[in-house]
Design a binder for this molecule. Structure first.
Ligand code: SF4
Ligand code: SF4
Length: 261
């Protein structure tokens, strides 16, 4: 499930929901958990939310303990990567002989493998077009004697849809950055991006609990919703970053207020 150039993406065929492929990953396979070593696992905002809750941690503590952050060479945006452990670069959540210890909260990329998702949102449309490619890691035995799946069945089985929904909101933010023509962010802007997308507990403290003027401008029903539901808070955080950094305003006023860019 590696995500770098070492990935073996078979882009000869685009798969849609009704397309089929054969795959089985079971503890009996010789390669079991081998794919949980030495991977460049980039964490999306929703991956972080699920993992930190699974581990009973605040997002800031989770990020400090388990991740490293760099500014993406092409994007100029902060990228969060899961730190691997020890000389063999083991995923910190893998327990030898047991498997993944955060299985119910494993990242979207771990769920989606052996598929890779490509998603595109047209500028004027609210809908996202998606298709999938197969990723054929050479050491993965999952393709041998595999069970037949449709892409739709795989997505249901692995619980991928809610990750895709959240990743698409993150995608809107990245698209807004591209459309804004802004190439680099200053340190304060990077902090805003990091807090609204990745460090959701700090965003809560800052936006919902601190003396924040933008909160008072927001609809009370929205404030109630995001106070009660952390997934909604993260959606709000990502849209807040988009508006603040790339669309010249604050989310609460919905228009172009004079918030500093
Ligand atoms: S079958 Fe593939 S995905 Fe499953 S454990 Fe083996 S290498 Fe990993
Ligand atoms: S999170 Fe779980 S499935 Fe994903 S790489 Fe780590 S141990 Fe493997």
């Amino acid at each position: 499930m590696s995500q770098g150039p070492e990935s073996y993406l078979d882009d000869s065929k685009q798969l849609t929901d009704d397309s089929t492929f054969c795959f089985s990953c079971t503890p009996e396979k010789k390669c079991f958990t081998r794919c949980c070593y030495d991977i460049n696992l980039v964490l999306m905002p929703y991956d972080i939310l699920r993992l930190k809750n699974r581990l009973g941690m605040k997002s800031g503590d989770f990020l400090k303990k388990y991740t490293s952050v760099h500014v993406g060479f092409g994007s100029g945006l902060p990228v969060v990567v899961l730190k691997m452990d020890g000389p063999y670069l083991k995923c910190p959540f893998l327990e030898e002989g047991k498997g993944c210890t955060v299985y119910d909260a494993r990242p979207g990329a771990c769920r989606t493998y052996p598929l890779a998702r490509m998603a595109k949102r047209s500028k004027d449309s609210e809908t996202v077009e998606e298709f999938y490619y197969i990723v054929r890691e050479p050491d993965c035995h999952g393709f041998r004697d595999g069970k037949e799946w449709t892409v739709r069945e795989w997505k249901e089985n692995e619980g991928i849809d809610e990750y895709n929904e959240m990743n698409d909101i993150f995608g809107e933010l990245l698209q807004a950055k591209t459309e804004s023509g802004i190439e680099t962010l200053n340190a304060d802007q990077i902090d805003i991006f990091y807090m609204g997308c990745y460090d959701i507990d700090s965003f809560r403290e800052n936006f919902l609990e601190g003396p924040n003027l933008e909160r008072y401008m927001e609809d009370p029903e929205v404030i109630e919703l995001i106070s009660k539901d952390e997934k909604e808070l993260l959606k709000y955080g990502m849209r807040w970053v988009k508006k603040k950094l790339f669309q010249g305003g604050c989310l609460a006023c919905a228009g172009s207020c004079s918030t500093e860019k």
